[in-house]
Structure formats: structure tokens, C-alpha cells
Design a protein around this ligand. Structure first.
Ligand code: SF4
Length: 248
């Protein structure tokens, strides 16, 4: 079976997810925290600040930080957040227990992100994605936040497009997020070698589907989590089994 069949199957499933009706996204498994993160109309900065926090800890923990801070300060308006000093953010993130593994760095990133949202976007973080900008423009705007790299920039833009149904003028710059599941699935599908690097997966996805490389992100992640497990794939249940060279 050739690469094109595999690519077509992954893209087809990605398009199904992309076109599915909008539903609340489960970021943290805590309903109130998820409600805040899904409230792009009134609290778009909560989503942005969670993206900024999403480094070097489990995603669920990072995405809880905006809600934990809102509990401590009694609200989550940009006005309220922008009145916090760097020291106050540091204390909120450190006490009574650390909200992140790297409190000092992330407190700086949180504080500077709030100031950027206030100063560059007039307090409305939704201006990062409003008006059908290109995907490159949106990724670039995320990259301007301290601590955000290409991985988070692409993940954030992909989430906005796929889950929040935010329209962009193109999707070329939304890369695949090559986490451990995606790398394992790419190599078992024969798209890359067994010891594939993050960069190799990113460029392979770009070569397979340049119009929207990140379209294959969630399908691969779901395959990896549900069937293509590290300790042994459950190929009989996987919808790739008729095109996968590793299928048992
Ligand atoms: S068919 Fe098996 S090896 Fe191939 S992607 Fe699915 S679970 Fe993995």
C-alpha cells in the first residue's frame, strides 16, 4: 500500500473532525476550568494564557492554571489580570502549592502575556484570530508571546481552526504536533523510520498534505492513543489496518 492511500485515509478522517459541529473542548477534565477555556466570546485570553503555560508539564496541569488563578483573584478579566505585578503573579503561581514545575519562568511568561494582550490587542485576545487572517499570521502572533515556540503556535492555531471553527484564509502554516503518539503512528504506518525525529515528522506531514499539514494531527494522535499503543498495537480495531504495512 502506498503513502498516498495512507495520507488520504488520515486526511479524510481529519476532515471529518474538522467539519464536525462545534462542541466544548475537554482541556482539563474540570468542568469549570473547561468552561472558562471554552469561553472565547468573553474570555479569549484564558485560551491564550493556557497555551502560554503549556510547556514542560502535562497539558491538563498547564491548562488548569488560568482557572486556578481566577479562583484566587475572584475573576479573570484582562483589567484585573493586568493590575497584577510580576511578584503577585509569582506568588499566585507558587502558593499554597506550585501551579507549574517552573514557577519563576512561567510567572514571567504569564505576566508578560497579559501585558501583551492589554497593550497590543486592547485587552481583546480574540483580535489574534479575528478577521480571517492567514494561518502564518496567527502562528506568528502566538510566537510573539514569551515562551511560545512553533509547536505551541501550531497547536493553538490548529485548535482554533478545528475545535473552535475559527476561519482562516489558509491552513498552510498549521503543522502537525509531533508528540510521542504521532511519531509512533507515523513510523508504524511506514511514513517515517522507527527513530524518527520531531522535525522529520513535521516535514513529512508538510510534504504529504501541504495545504494543511496539521489536518493529520488529531487522527494520528487518536490512533496512537486508542489502538497503536507503544506496548503493542491493537490492529484489528484500527481503521488504518487495511493500508498499514505494520498491521498484524
Ligand atoms: S494498523 Fe496497527 S500498527 Fe498500523 S497504525 Fe493501526 S494500530 Fe498501528
Amino acid at each position: 500500500m502506498n503513502e498516498k492511500s495512507i495520507r488520504d485515509r488520515l486526511v479524510e478522517h481529519g476532515q471529518t473532525l474538522f467539519r464536525a459541529p462545534k462542541q466544548p473542548v475537554s482541556f482539563t477534565k474540570e468542568p469549570q476550568a473547561d468552561a472558562l477555556l471554552n469561553d472565547l466570546d468573553n474570555h479569549p485570553h484564558a485560551f491564550v494564557l493556557a497555551c502560554v503555560m503549556d510547556r514542560q508539564v502535562k497539558a491538563e496541569r498547564a491548562w488548569l492554571i488560568p482557572y486556578r488563578i481566577s479562583e484566587k483573584i475572584g475573576g479573570f478579566s484582562v483589567q484585573k489580570l493586568s493590575e497584577l505585578s510580576q511578584q503577585e503573579v509569582n506568588r499566585l503561581m507558587r502558593e499554597p502549592e506550585p501551579l507549574h514545575r517552573f514557577v519563576d519562568t512561567m510567572a514571567h511568561n504569564f505576566h508578560s502575556a497579559v501585558q501583551r494582550i492589554k497593550n497590543d490587542y486592547g485587552g481583546d485576545a480574540a483580535l489574534i484570530w479575528k478577521g480571517e487572517p492567514s494561518s502564518a499570521e496567527v502562528v506568528y502572533r502566538f510566537l510573539e508571546f514569551d515562551g511560545v515556540g512553533p509547536k505551541i503556535g501550531s497547536m493553538a492555531t490548529n485548535t482554533l481552526a478545528r475545535d473552535f471553527k475559527i476561519p482562516f484564509s489558509d491552513y498552510y502554516s498549521i503543522d502537525i504536533s509531533a508528540d510521542v503518539h504521532v511519531r509512533r503512528v507515523f513510523s508504524r504506518l511506514g511514513l517515517c523510520a522507527a527513530d524518527v525525529t520531531v522535525e522529520q515528522v513535521i516535514y513529512k506531514a508538510r510534504s504529504l498534505y501541504p495545504e494543511f499539514p496539521g489536518m493529520m494531527d488529531l487522527p494520528c494522535w487518536e490512533i496512537g492513543r486508542n489502538w497503536c499503543k507503544s506496548r503493542g498495537p491493537v490492529c484489528r480495531d484500527c481503521y488504518m489496518n487495511d493500508v498499514c504495512p505494520t498491521a498484524r
